[in-house]
Design a protein around this ligand. Sequence first.
Ligand code: COA
Length: 377
Amino acid sequence: MSDKAKSDSKSGGLAGVVVGNTSVCTVGKEGHSLLYRGYSVNDLAEHATFEEVAYLLLEGELPGAAQLADYRVRLKAQRDIPQPIKDILEKLPADAHPMDVLRTACSALGCVEPETADNTLEKITDRLLGIFPSFLMYWYHFSHSGKRIDTDTPENSIAGHFLHLLNGQSPSELQERACDASLTLYAEHGFNASTFAGRVAVSTLADSYSGITAAIGTLSGPLHGGANEQAMALIEKFKDPDDAEAGILKALAAKQKIMGFGHRVYKIRDPRSDVIKGWSKKLADSLGDDKLYQISVRVEEVMMREKKMFPNLDFFSASAYHQMGIPTELFTPIFVFARTAGWIAHIIEQRVDNKLIRPSAQYIGPEPRTWLPIEQR
Ligand code: COA
């Protein structure tokens, strides 16, 4: 690679490049804030439910009481899985990654209930928000124990519905509130990689399922949504905070990345981290076992001291989800339940003022060459 190409590639990954307009959210203004449609994510996580937040992202305004009640009823009516999708889910192996399962189910739903003039994006939005927990848990129970679960539950919230399907009973109020707040924190994040992938897909005039399928695949990687699972794998290795400190120092000396730390946009801190950290502490206290929480706090301290790096949302989400009794491989799919609201808000925005997204690249390959017949190569 030439010196010029090397120096230009430092701005790779589109870091700092403005690629479009959005009115859905602002990320990282003054290095640390996150606003959904002008509202601070911290206020929303404290005072609103995820359904209010999804409505805000999709409609642009917070719902009134009657609108929210109606919205909950609409979402609740979307939980049944069509038989052809159940058949597909039953064929997927138990060791498939749950993100691959959601990606497959979303794509298959696009065949069974395609986007049409009647089946509008508005209807598909409700459908996907309502049905994703059902897809995941139907496959999970069938593949792990052969049980065909009923995906209808009495729970009014998506968080409660998911936890009920997971455990076969209503969650505690603390578990439901913690899970609900985490959905709010994960709901939207500007032109992150998965949202951008979704916008690129629909900018070709592909259907909305293609956009969401592309987004799910993009979210699955460990540098994006998969980081919460990797953070769990890291913290559960340690037996206590001192062990964690020694392990992190060793990993840093070996120039390894610590999953759940660092961020492309935030420069001072991730405003979502303290919220989920608070829920992780409450869950630890309720269990009477704060080992994982204390290990996480020590990792946070060591990373700040050694690297001046702060945790992103994924780091304390790991201990919070674990303490809610959620298996690690289901962490990233929860991100899908939430981010579907943000993805679709962006798909709507992309369609309103669409232009094919097709950037250019700087060519760094060979100069033009003369064709050689095969016997002369
Ligand atoms: N642990 C240790 N060092 C890290 C780090 C981490 N989690 N994240 C970044 N760094 C270091 C890099 O090694 C690099 O150091 P160098 O300049 O000495 O080579 C420097 O910080 C810049 O990192 P880079 O990966 O180029 O920054 P980026 O803007 O491309 O990356 C992330 C942003 C989020 C991809 C990156 O911080 C990361 O991989 N974090 C872990 C995965 C994660 O938590 N993802 C969820 C994001 S919400």
